[in-house]
Each structure stands twice: as structure tokens, then as C-alpha cells.
Design a binder for this molecule. Structure first.
Ligand SMILES: C[S@@+](CC[C@H](N)C(=O)[O-])C[C@H]1O[C@@H](n2cnc3c(N)ncnc32)[C@H](O)[C@@H]1O
Length: 258
């Protein structure tokens, strides 16, 4: 069960396989007694309901419930459309996998820091007299490019192949910032003044331990939207953007060092 909770895509797949078994059992037991179209509709409804129930049982986050129901419906619609070319789906699948490869493994999808937040981070760097900045999981590299220059050195690390490639090219073309194809967990934080993360609730406890171990006294860990559970931030900046972005700011102090 803990494996399923750690790798939700596995649990979601298992829910669909189990639900398909229910659907097939229904089809076999009622074959010949009902009109085929009606039987297919019943089997599909059962698949959705059972997949929903297993998703609940596996205690996956609520958006997986939508996926549990919509996936069989979308599959049915796709199969019922004749002469649909397969290649656009193949390309879309590969592109999504190359951008969202960290979603299944790390539970961190791609969503981007907005301009107001990048400006707030620049103001924070000025206030803290910080010169070195790193974005852990830099996505398309927008924050890195926005912050690099004017006496600031900004870097980003990213593992999703397509996001890394796009941000690396944009960084080279604009001459702003450095993007590394590197796992955030193997990135050394000891030289950074500001370490920025916009990830998800999942990695925050482990990230805090890493920050405490590696970051120097006087530096700051800044998390967009996701607080470190059980740790009081030194400052919380609430921005007046549409998202009402919260920046949780943790000052690294001597007594926190390992
Ligand atoms: C929510 S996005 C934030 C993107 C960017 N920091 C921004 O604010 O615009 C999180 C990014 O972290 C990346 N990521 C997740 N786990 C990672 C890891 N272990 N190492 C490097 N990047 C990772 C994801 O691929 C994704 O691009």
C-alpha cells in the first residue's frame, strides 16, 4: 500500500486494471441477454465507478478521482472515432512525458512562477544583499533569466528533458543565467545566498533537511506556496498577484546547521 501511495500513477493504473476486470466479468455474464450497445455502456459505467472506488481506497489526492472516471470515457471516445490518426497522440504523449517526467516520480508537475513573484524575489535579493540565486527545479527557466544580471548570478537545475532543453536554449540565447541538467537532490547549496523552490508539499520536509545540512548561515530558503511542515518561517510575503502568492522565507541560522 505504501508503494502505491508513493507512486500514485501505479495506483491509478492498478485501479483501472481492477475496474476493467469487473467490466469484463459483467460483459461475460450478461453477454447474449442484453443489446450489445447497452451492455458496453453498462460495462463502461461500471469501469468508471469501480476505478473511482479503488482510487478512494488507495487514498490518492482528489484530482486522481477525476482521472479515474475520465480516463475510461476518453479511451472509449477515442476508440469509437474512426480513421483517427495515431501519430498526433504519440507526439503529444512523448512531449508530455518529456516535460512532466517528474510528476510521477517526485510528485512535482510543471507550473510557472509569474512575473510579480520574480520581481518580489529580485526585491528580496536586494533587501538581503544576496548575489547568488538558485532555482531548484527551474522549469522553463523564467525565474533564472529574470533574476540574472545587475550584480546577481542566477542558476537553475532541472531534470525534465524538454523543459531543460528549452530553458537551456533560452538562457544561451538571452545570455542570462545558467541552466544545468541536474537533480536538485544532488545539487550543492553551500554557495547560494537564496535557494528558491516552487515544488509541491511532498518534498518540503526532505528539502528542509537538505537546506539545514548544506546552506550557509545568513542564506535563505524561499518556497513558493508550500511551507515546510512544522517549521515556522521567518517571513511570509503575500503578494498582490491574482494567485495571492505566498513566499515562505526561512533564514538559515547557525544553530540549524548539522
Ligand atoms: C512547479 S515547477 C517550477 C518551475 C520553475 N521553478 C518556476 O517557478 O517557474 C517544478 C519543476 O521542478 C522540476 N523538478 C522536479 N523534481 C526535480 C528534481 N528532482 N530535480 C530537478 N528538477 C526537478 C520539475 O520538472 C518542474 O519543472
Amino acid at each position: 500500500m505504501s508503494v502505491l501511495r508513493r507512486i500514485p500513477v501505479l495506483a491509478a493504473g492498478l485501479a483501472q486494471v481492477l475496474a476493467a476486470a469487473f467490466g469484463l466479468a459483467l460483459t461475460w455474464s450478461l453477454a447474449g441477454t442484453l443489446e450489445p450497445g447497452l451492455l458496453r455502456g453498462l460495462a463502461l459505467s461500471l469501469q468508471c465507478v469501480v476505478a473511482f472506488a479503488f482510487t478512494l481506497l488507495f487514498r490518492l489526492p482528489s484530482w486522481w478521482l477525476w482521472i479515474a472516471v475520465l480516463f475510461p470515457l476518453a479511451l472509449q471516445v477515442g476508440l469509437s472515432l474512426d480513421n483517427l490518426p495515431a501519430w498526433p497522440f504519440g507526439i503529444a504523449f512523448v512531449a508530455l512525458a518529456l516535460v512532466f517526467s517528474n510528476t510521477a516520480r517526485e510528485r512535482v508537475p510543471l507550473y510557472l512562477t509569474n512575473r510579480a513573484t520574480a520581481e518580489a524575489l529580485a526585491a528580496l535579493m536586494t533587501e538581503k544583499k544576496a548575489t547568488r540565486f538558485i532555482d531548484l527545479g527551474s522549469g522553463l527557466g523564467g525565474v533564472v533569466r529574470a533574476l540574472d544580471g545587475g550584480g546577481r548570478i542566477a542558476r537553475g537545475v532541472e531534470t525534465a528533458p524538454l523543459s531543460w532543453l528549452v530553458s537551456w536554449c533560452l538562457s544561451k540565447l538571452s545570455g542570462r543565467g545558467t541552466i544545468l541538467r541536474q537533480d536538485l537532490w544532488s545539487t550543492d547549496l553551500s554557495q547560494e545566498d537564496i535557494v528558491y523552490a516552487f515544488l509541491s508539499p511532498e518534498p518540503m520536509p526532505e528539502l528542509w533537511e537538505k537546506a539545514r545540512r548544506e546552506m550557509k548561515t545568513g542564506s535563505h530558503l524561499v518556497s513558493n506556496s508550500f511551507a515546510v511542515p512544522g517549521v515556522e518561517p521567518d517571513e511570509v510575503w503575500e503578494l498582490s498577484d491574482r494567485r495571492r502568492t505566498h513566499l515562505f522565507i526561512y533564514a538559515i541560522k547557525r544553530d540549524q546547521e548539522a
